[in-house]
Design a protein around this ligand. Structure first.
Ligand code: PA5
Length: 430
């Protein structure tokens, strides 16, 4: 079996998920199981039941041009945007923004987000609306999510109709109705692409394009990964082995599945991974009442080494730990201090990036000695191409895991029910 892949956008090493004594074993019927998972997934994508997998294809190029075109036009007239969205309409775009535009200068187009609709982000947004010429970008696939609408209702007074963009379903929902009635700018979210799978559609691309980020390269990375996963032999497919290894560890009681990013810019990417895997897989098995699904968790290295590692290493055997690292050629050296500290001289010639990489390797080695299963993604660079490929890889692997768990990875009945209960409470007379 294959456990290592050196792909152009990243390398993946699953070796330490498989070399643990008393760890997971290949199931006798694994060939049939993996083949069936891929075939069922691929059939769904071909019959248009899974929209995200075909979205990066060149045939959708005109829709991406529309997103880029609107962003280009509005960048000339505005200097900032307040974006509103939650869940899949927030986590992906903010994760990419944090990596690709972490330190905007005063001259750059500034994008601020309201996700949790409480007083602090609302007040922050209100304070900055008047400091620059500001757009409102309201993002909701359904067009009716309470928190997003509440924020938008409150802030709507500050925006004229040509400074409003909504990103929502092309036909349905309150935001679509409003955009048509009021004449706001709008962009569609493809109907077959669900919230947490939508970061590479207008949901993520538009806010990023406003900031001048090369969104086309994100799509090229996703398309590269699509071809790679489609063309490789099923039993060498890295997304399938990633999904299968995590699935088997979950079945073996290691349901707490960390993705630990070793660069603070990637912490939100790891939060995005959590939503993707939690909301897609935490379900009742199709046709039964059995509850399944891993418990994905995000962490930040090295900070969380100093809070969680002891538990990982010697606590109950319930976890697997994934490492996510990226090379950072611009990372500064620690350098020589203004005082003498000879016992720590070994630090001075190292860059912070090297320090973090070595810390991640030390952590992995220590966990491996303690028989804790680990795996590793290494990105050569935090470029849009590599990130587009990484995101697409995670989405595909998660959808494949849906086949292994025998759940519908694309619905979220638990979230929908809560939305309805909240609406009931809000409409009830006090
Ligand atoms: O992945 C999902 O479908 C959810 O997390 C949604 O993104 C979230 O509930 C927000 O929904 P909407 O985009 O419809 O406002």
């Amino acid at each position: 079996m294959k456990t290592q892949w050196n792909l152009k956008p990243f390398s993946l090493d699953l070796g330490h998920l498989w070399d643990i004594t008393s760890g997971i074993q290949l199931e006798k019927d694994h060939t049939a199981k993996l083949t069936q998972a891929w075939d069922q997934f691929f059939h769904k994508s071909k019959t248009n039941q899974i929209g995200f997998f075909n979205w990066p294809l060149p045939e959708n190029s005109s829709q991406i041009e529309e997103i880029e075109g609107l962003a280009r036009k509005l960048r000339q007239r505005f200097q900032a945007a307040i974006c509103m969205g939650i869940g899949g309409s927030y986590l992906g775009p903010i994760a990419l923004q944090e990596i690709l535009n972490p330190l905007p200068s005063n001259q750059d187009f500034k994008v601020q987000w309201i996700s949790n609709a409480d007083s602090a982000p609302i007040s922050r947004a209100k304070n900055s609306i008047h400091t620059k010429k500001c757009l409102a970008v309201v993002i909701s696939k359904s067009g009716g999510t309470t928190e997003t609408l509440a924020a938008w209702f409150h802030l709507s007074h500050h925006f004229s109709k040509d400074s409003i963009v909504v990103i929502t379903d092309p036909k349905q929902g309150e935001l679509r109705r409003l955009s048509q009635a009021e004449g706001w700018h709008s962009l569609p979210v493809p109907p077959t692409v669900g919230g947490r799978f939508s970061v590479l559609t207008a949901v993520g691309l538009f806010p990023l394009a406003l900031q001048g980020i090369a969104v086309r390269e994100l799509i090229e990375g996703a398309n590269y990964m699509r071809e790679l996963l489609t063309d490789c032999p099923t039993l060498e497919n890295p997304a399938l082995w990633y999904a299968y290894s995590k699935f088997l560890w979950d079945k073996q009681g290691h349901s707490i599945q960390y993705l630990m990013a070793y660069d603070s810019r990637m912490k939100l990417l790891s939060d995005w991974y959590v939503q993707l895997w939690a909301e897609s897989l935490g379900k009742k098995e199709l046709g039964s009442k059995v509850s399944v699904g891993p418990n994905p968790v995000s962490a930040l290295g090295t900070s969380d080494q100093h809070s969680l590692l002891q538990l990982f290493k010697e606590g109950p055997r319930q976890r697997i730990v994934g490492f996510l690292t990226a090379e950072d050629p611009e990372s500064p050296q620690v350098g020589t201090p203004t005082f003498s500290s000879p016992d720590f001289d070994y630090l001075t010639h190292r860059t912070f990036s090297e320090l973090n990489l070595l810390a991640s390797q030390a952590t992995e080695e220590s966990l491996h000695r303690g028989e804790v299963p680990t795996y590793r993604f290494s990105l050569p660079q935090l470029s849009p191409f590599n990130l587009g490929a990484f995101i697409f890889f995670q989405e595909t692997a998660c959808a494949l895991a849906g086949e292994l768990y025998r759940v519908n990875a694309f619905d979220q009945p638990g979230v929908e029910e809560t939305k309805k209960i909240l609406k009931g409470k809000l409409t009830a007379k006090p």
